[in-house]
Design a protein around this ligand. Sequence first.
Ligand SMILES: [Zn+2]
Length: 275
Amino acid sequence: MINKGDGSIFSLLFFLKNRTVPFILFFSFFLPVLARAEVNASFWQTKKSPHFIVYYQEASGDFVGQLAASAENYYNSIVDELGFRRMDFWSWDDRAKVYLFNNGADYLNETRGLAWSGAQVSVKLRTIKTFIGQPSFFDSILPHELTHIIFREFVGSRTKLPLWLDEGVACSQEKSSLVSRMDSARAQAKQDAHLKFDKLFEIYDSTLIAPNVFYSESASIIVFLLKKYDREFFLDFSRKLRDGIQWKSALLSTYHFSNFEEMESAWKAFMLNQP
Ligand SMILES: [Zn+2]
């Protein structure tokens, strides 16, 4: 879902089992919790790191320590990967918050989420809510949601962007899930069964998508832009978005494509040449 009400963006993550991709991360945008306090639970312990504050209740020290260390490592790798390293855009006082619930039931009760949800992020509030005990947490959920926050911190939370761009950037920083997504996107490209860019680029509503194809292809396009071209290009593109240039113009001009058909051909060639 997308709520366009005030430009705030929330994403909700859940897993679906699928025949071609073991776990599909599916994210939707919605806006149910802005008017409420960040959390309702009364007692939280905290662990601070340079860019994060982890709020937890009864989690073992090991898990919280591992979470804080992983978040810092991912922060560094994500800003490097996206070319944002030289941009000092996240100050000490603006640490992101990770609320770690003890279990799925407490998390669902707090977020009023859906039974399949595994994490929820508000890019505007720099807040992630999640819970202990999810196998893909460190490998996929954490980098995905952190990337949403970092990317939107840079380009602005109110900048209107199509779904493939937000989700593609977030998926591009996952680990094992990204391998599955790239395999899936490559198979679609080989059969010419992928979503054509002129259709993909008009999707702003997550209720309209088939998750497997959509997330795999979106991730593969960002990987194509990051791997095929100089890293500076993505920084330039992001700067243009931050400065209010319409995303299609920004994308074409930065990467020197005459049109999106040309971009689609270049993406397809890149995908078919991948091992
Ligand atoms: Zn997402």
